[in-house]
Design a protein around this ligand. Structure first.
Ligand code: NDP
Length: 332
């Protein structure tokens, strides 16, 4: 059946400007790191993408290595894009990245021009796209000169293969350098993609200040700590959960579900209930309360999770009492 998106989609979502660029991103974006591999059900992937777009999620985040196996998420997305989304290309912001191990030998990893250019060509083929909206360098490379990596991003934009570029997992100092270099090259850095959740707050120690000063957007990932910041692990480990599936691809494992963590999760769950939110919603709202964050990338294995996540945007304000209580719990 032909997919017809919900005509109310742009009334459900709010959008924030990304740095000082022309682009606005939805407060909630959708990430395809997990749940879109060869092992996953194609129709469920399709339903998740439909639900997201029907609710105004215009940004889908991918990378060369998302799967499993690496590359599979872009293939899954490419298939569904061709069948359902091709008429909506101009309503979508699609991103990809390169920086982690993708193929054998010295040219399939990190940050050389050779790797980045070849990898994006492969990504475009897998997704059946002529260009991506945002192309990221996925992680800093300790060996390749930053000049070369940034020059590769410039080239990719010049070639028309990406409209904007970004960096991911760069620390504050590295980001400052990369942003300045890109500015000199005439290709401004649109956005930084960083891990940020109530359980992982490294960006508060400098990075967010740099991005604010440089007027670069910030999009966060694993803001539910891969599912820990929900109520799903409070009564054991469900078989169909990210941990229960034993994915072995960088995903969270059972060893991270410790008593001290569960204790915090239980208390945070109570704070969320008092705000008439689920813990997942409160965890997303807690990130979005800071205007320096352009968008949160949500991961989802079920359409209900997308629907639940989107509702978070209805209440992203925190009273002083709620904010203090959360700080108290996190610092226990
Ligand atoms: P999250 O912290 O949002 O975790 C998503 C997982 O949490 C889901 O797959 C689901 O797991 C669970 N979940 C989501 N909503 C609910 C809910 N309402 N109730 C219960 N459980 C829920 O983020 P991810 O770690 O998945 O990262 C999001 C995206 O960020 C990625 O897809 C990717 O695009 C990007 N990313 C970027 C990285 C980078 O280096 N730049 C690194 C990692 C991610 P379950 O399977 O258990 O249902």
């Amino acid at each position: 059946m032909t997919y017809i998106p919900d005509s109310n989609r742009y009334f459900q979502m709010k959008y924030r400007r990304c740095g000082n660029s022309g682009i606005k991103l939805p407060l909630i974006s959708l990430g395809l790191w997990q749940n879109f591999g060869k092992i996953d059900d194609l129709e469920n992937c399709r339903d998740i993408l439909h639900t997201a777009f029907d609710n105004g999620i215009t940004h889908f985040d991918l990378a060369n290595n998302y799967g499993p196996p690496p590359g599979a998420a872009e293939e899954t997305f490419g298939k569904i894009f061709k069948e359902d989304f091709k008429y909506y290309r101009d309503e979508l912001i699609i991103s990809s990245k390169a920086g982690y191990t993708m193929w054998e030998g010295p040219y399939g990893d990190f940050g050389s021009k050779k790797y980045l250019v070849a990898s994006l060509d492969q990504s475009l083929k897998r997704m059946g796209l002529e260009y991506v909206d945002i192309f990221y360098h996925h992680r800093p490379d300790p060996e390749t000169p930053l000049e070369e990596t940034m020059e590769a991003l410039r080239l990719i934009v010049q070639q028309g293969k990406a409209l904007y570029v970004g960096i991911s997992n760069y620390n504050a100092q590295e980001s400052e350098k990369a942003i300045e270099m890109l500015r000199q090259l005439g290709v401004p850095c649109l956005i930084h993609q960083a891990r940020y959740s109530m359980f992982d707050r490294w960006v508060e120690n400098g990075l967010l200040n740099v991005l604010e000063k440089e007027k670069v957007g910030c999009i966060t990932f694993s803001s539910l700590a891969q599912g820990l910041l929900t109520n799903k692990y409070l009564n054991g480990i469900p078989e169909d959960s990210r941990i229960g599936r034993h994915l072995q691809n960088g995903a969270i494992t059972e060893s991270q579900v410790t008593e001290p963590i569960l204790n915090k999760v239980k208390q945070l769950n109570e704070v969320a209930k008092n705000r008439n939110q689920s813990l997942a919603q409160m965890a997303l709202a807690w990130i979005l309360k800071d205007n320096r964050i352009t968008s949160v990338i949500l991961g989802a294995s079920k359409i209900q999770q997308v629907k639940e996540g989107i509702e978070a945007i209805k209440n992203i304000g925190f009273t002083k009492e709620e904010a203090d209580k959360i700080e108290f719990i996190l610092h226990q």
